[in-house]
Write a protein that binds this ligand. Structure first.
Ligand code: SF4
Length: 223
């Protein structure tokens, strides 16, 4: 998209999407390109681990009993997502008076976080700012109803072509038609005036050409 915009001397600065696009890779991708992502974090994300304070300098958590959970290893989820694991030592927890509430069955306390935690935190804070709330309203009011209308009222619940390229073309055509429709609805007077002026210019141009042709063919001259 940025390549296409650059050809018209435009730069993509902000990008809105719903929580379905929330993932650390996307957040980092946008930040690297200096694009502000207005993508709410997915519902299960928790900005804090209750009772455990995080220290960025030491990259470690401190538990309610004052014991440290340093970063210990890089792991991968079943889907291959990179994760950072922190845990206490067994000796820290064995004698802890809070063990029954904290880790009744385990020997150590483990915290596992995505490697994109900082990007998630920034996205989370952003979505709770005034601008973030405004962007959410804008997305819900302008973008999301389009898919609903296209699938519910314009027959795009099925795309009758084979292959992703064909589906892409169909969606682009639908988007163009939908935008024209919105534009007409938004500025009916302005659109009608523009259309009238364009029609007038076109007819006058055609008339000039026609009279020139007649003049050349039959030697008429029009004044
Ligand atoms: S059980 Fe371990 S992690 Fe939990 S509070 Fe006690 S020392 Fe901290």
């Amino acid at each position: 998209m940025q390549d296409r915009l650059s050809r018209n001397h435009l730069r993509l600065t902000d990008l809105m999407a719903d929580a379905g696009y929330s993932n650390g890779y996307n957040y980092r991708f946008l930040e690297k390109r200096k694009i502000t992502g207005w993508i709410p974090v997915f519902g299960k994300f928790r900005p804090q681990v209750d009772g455990f304070d995080y220290n960025k300098e030491t990259d470690s958590y401190t538990c309610p009993n004052g014991k440290k959970l340093p970063f210990r290893s890089l792991e991968y989820s079943a889907e291959g997502k990179p994760l950072k694991a922190y845990w206490t030592t067994r000796s820290d927890c064995t004698t802890c008076p809070l063990k029954q509430e904290c880790i009744p069955k385990a020997g150590t306390k483990r915290i596992v976080k995505t490697i994109y935690e900082e990007e998630y935190q920034r996205a989370y804070l952003r979505q709770h700012t005034t601008a973030g709330k405004r962007m959410k309203g804008l997305r819900q009011g302008t973008v999301e109803p389009v898919f609903g209308s296209l699938t519910q009222y314009y027959g795009l619940d099925k795309i009758p072509v084979l292959g992703i390229d064909g589906a892409h073309k169909t969606m682009l055509m639908a988007a163009i038609a939908f935008n024209i429709k919105k534009y007409l609805k938004c500025n009916p007077k302005k659109v009608a005036e523009n259309a009238l002026h364009k029609a007038k210019d076109y007819l006058s141009e055609q008339l000039d050409r026609f009279t020139c042709l007649l003049g050349a063919e039959f030697g008429f001259s029009f004044t």
